[in-house]
Design a protein around this ligand. Structure first.
Ligand code: F3S
Length: 426
């Protein structure tokens, strides 16, 4: 790779051990992917190292070891950095019925993250939706782990970011640069496969679950090709877009989509494909959406213990909608309904009275916590949880996968989830 004088200095160790190690990692990644140079990154999104490899074990120790090497001697990150969702909201563990022994296990990890990341200037948003709290400009180069952050920023904001690992996103925060390959390059961002909605679908009436089901199906069909969606309403809001995007990194390794009229690079269908013809065209109808629902509903009874909303984390609009659905109603005492958002949106929602409204109805609003995939996926069996309902395909998919199929899932719209919370059954 052709490096600037400053980048060469970092690589030579003139700016400290951690920066040298970080640059070595980025150069190695750049060389593997054929990058010719580095580009300045405007921000990076970090994951807490042990979380990826949770619970404790050899791999988690390896995660911590590499983290220590990358930040050795680094006082502050070179660019703004945000932090992904954590496994648990420690303050709400009791109302979530999480036993103290798990909390004791989890607490030191959170505290180590505070020491490592927050002390170096990272923003403690603890959220997978930093795009609801910060401004990402079209053409910005970003570093960042967490697939929804990558998908939303590429597809909705027009920023440029690859699917990355925890260590590389940390190295970007340390050095302020990222290797120029993949989706950082215009030539790799054009759409490849067209998804058209069938006549039997009314996209104007889509629920959040329908957007999930569409994305879940499209990921399975597209595999690695960049999907282009035609026929979706131009009234799609940030909630619809996040639920359309999120499954594409679950059923496939997709890091970008085009929604004609929404994606900055896709004002027209022709522009979405970069002036070329689609490699493939697929029509998605009710039958295809139904196949997603069937895969995501693994529970065979209407019994459930938890209802988890906010994967990816809720925007204020979504929190308002949930509060409205709960108004004048009470969550059944047999179930726990919880709703996740960022630490930032939590404070705003508190000030707006939304946290109180949801909690007065018997729900729980958690901040900075991944609502389900982590806690139920990894601890579900020990916690003896048998079924969780959710409006998120990612949450449903990972709860099942991470728990080895032990925890079953019920998947539907947030309206269905709220009805289940009131009734105490699906
Ligand atoms: Fe976010 Fe956790 Fe879902 S990180 S996207 S809430 S699985």
């Amino acid at each position: 790779m052709k490096l600037t004088a400053r980048e060469e200095d970092i690589l030579a160790g003139k700016c400290g051990k951690g920066r040298k190690k970080s640059m070595e990692l980025l150069v190695a990644v750049g060389e593997v992917f054929g990058a010719e140079n580095m580009v300045p990154a405007s921000s990076s999104h970090l994951v807490i190292p042990e979380i990826q490899l949770f619970p404790k074990g050899k791999e988690a120790e390896w995660g911590m070891e590499i983290t220590r090497k990358l930040i050795d001697g680094v006082e502050k990150f070179a660019i703004p950095a945000t932090i992904n969702a954590f496994v648990l909201d420690l303050e709400k563990a009791e109302v979530l019925n999480i036993p103290a022994k798990f909390v004791d296990d989890i607490r030191p990890i959170f505290e180590s993250s505070q020491k490592i990341y927050e002390a170096k200037g990272a923003i403690p948003n603890y959220s997978c939706t930093p795009f609801f709290d910060f401004f990402y400009r079209q053409g910005d180069h970003l570093g960042g782990a967490e697939s929804i952050q990558v998908l939303f920023n590429n597809s909705v904001n027009g920023a440029r970011v690859n699917r990355e690992t925890g260590p590389t996103s940390l190295a970007v925060a340390v050095t302020g640069v990222t290797p120029n390959y993949g989706l950082h390059l215009t030539r790799n961002r054009a759409g490849q496969i067209l998804f058209e909605l069938g006549d039997d679908l009314d996209a104007g009436a889509f629920t959040d679950a329908d957007y999930n089901a569409l994305g879940y199906f499209a990921g399975r069909a597209a595999v690695e090709k960049i999907p282009v969606f035609k026929g979706l309403p131009d009234t799609m809001n940030e909630i619809d877009l996040k639920y359309l995007c999120v499954p594409l990194a679950v059923t496939a390794g997709i890091a970008m989509i085009h929604v004609v009229g929404v994606t900055p690079e896709a004002p027209t269908l022709e522009a979405a494909f970069g002036g070329k013809r689609p490699e493939e065209v697929m029509v998605v109808g009710r039958k295809e959406l139904q196949s997603s629902y069937e895969r995501l509903n693994t529970a065979r009874t209407n019994y459930l213990e938890y209802i988890a909303l906010g994967c990816p984390h809720c925007s204020i609009r979504e929190l308002r909608e949930i509060a409205q659905l709960l108004r004048g109603r009470k969550v059944n005492h047999n179930v726990v309904l919880f709703v996740a958002t960022s630490t930032i949106k939590y404070e705003l929602a508190k000030r707006m009275g939304l946290v109180k409204e949801i909690e007065d109805a018997g729900g729980v609003v958690v901040k900075g916590m991944c609502p389900g995939a982590s806690i139920f996926g990894r601890y579900g069996q020990e916690l003896e949880v048998t079924a969780v309902a959710t409006n998120s395909s990612k949450n449903a998919h990972y709860i099942g996968a991470h728990s080895g199929g032990h925890v079953k899932t019920l998947f539907g719209s947030k309206e269905q989830c709220i009805e289940a919370a009131i009734a105490g059954k699906w």
